[in-house]
Design a protein around this ligand. Structure first.
Ligand code: ADP
Length: 271
């Protein structure tokens, strides 16, 4: 029974990471088969890769290539048919559903295409609620929230409800909501899918900035080749497999060390 190891490992719940040298995400021979009656669909077929701490990885591919399924597998939102996902040294398959939920809440944050902000709460309320739900013992770090607000150029917008914010601002609030818990990993599913070009660029810049300034590991699913250009590495999916791995302009893992060649530029105030 692995739950003993799980409970005996408080580092999972804290910010300290047990082994800083191991990959933060490890996918081994990951396979997902959907079954409906006699029909089987192999959505992900024996995918293996590792993501290093501080890396920004994009996953691209045509519709139906298995990107969303891979996202659900990596986020612990669905179980693999075969193979395994190891997050920060912890194998999802070895956990009970409750433990998996706890790991997810403590180590992974999600950014979705549709922002998913609660309309009746202000931006600040949305961020505070996400923090409360995460189950962290320590109170919300308002200095860190101010820092995020500055970084994402939304500090003056936090008192507003989503309907009073532009699409780009809403997505940047969603990014702040994801980052406030200091997750090990941000999983972003088509984060620019609902945005026009200008707002898309702004949101991508903010994801890059959070990756560089906060050394945040980001894994982004997109069908937009331009969005993928900001990544250190791009995994190309086709028919449930990784058919090609492409290094970005600056190369592989390096997190905060990367140079100005991929600089995000000034904050896009007013977008
Ligand atoms: P993408 O995100 O790249 O569009 P998906 O992961 O959504 O790809 O889908 C991969 C394949 O799995 C497709 O053939 C799709 O029809 C199938 N699929 C996805 N979700 C399900 C499901 N819940 N049940 C059955 N088949 C599914």
């Amino acid at each position: 029974m692995t739950s003993g190891r799980w409970h005996a490992d408080p580092a999972i719940y804290n910010r300290e990471v047990p082994d800083q040298t191991s990959p933060i995400i490890l996918a081994e021979n990951l396979t997902k088969v959907y079954r409906s009656g006699r029909i089987e669909v192999s959505a992900v077929r024996g995918v293996s890769f590792a993501v290093e701490r501080g890396e920004f990885v994009a996953i691209v591919g045509p519709s139906g290539s298995g990107k969303s399924t891979l996202f659900y597998l990596l986020g612990g939102l669905t179980r693999a048919t075969n193979g395994r996902v190891v997050i920060d040294g912890v194998d999802f398959a070895a956990l009970t559903d409750a433990e998996r939920t706890r790991l997810r809440k403590h180590r992974i944050a999600f950014v979705f295409q549709k922002f998913n902000l609660l309309p009746t709460l202000t931006a600040m309320g949305n961020i505070e609620l996400a923090y409360a739900v995460s189950g962290r013992k320590e109170p919300l770090d308002h200095k860190y929230l101010d820092h995020l607000g500055d970084l994402l150029s939304i500090r003056s917008r936090l008192g507003h409800r989503p309907s009073e914010l532009s699409g780009g601002e809403q997505q940047r609030v969603a990014i702040a909501r994801a980052l406030i818990t200091r997750p090990a990993i941000v999983l972003a599913d088509e984060p620019t899918g609902n945005l026009d070009t200008k707002n898309s660029e702004a949101v991508l810049e903010m994801l890059v900035l959070s990756n560089r300034e906060l050394r945040q590991t980001v894994l982004m699913i997109t069908h937009n080749p331009e969005a993928a250009q900001v990544a250190d590495r791009t995994l190309h999916m086709r028919d449930g497999e990784i058919e090609k791995v492409e290094n970005g302009a600056v190369g592989a893992a390096g997190g905060a060390h990367r140079g100005a060649s991929r600089a995000a530029g000034p904050g896009p105030a007013g977008v």
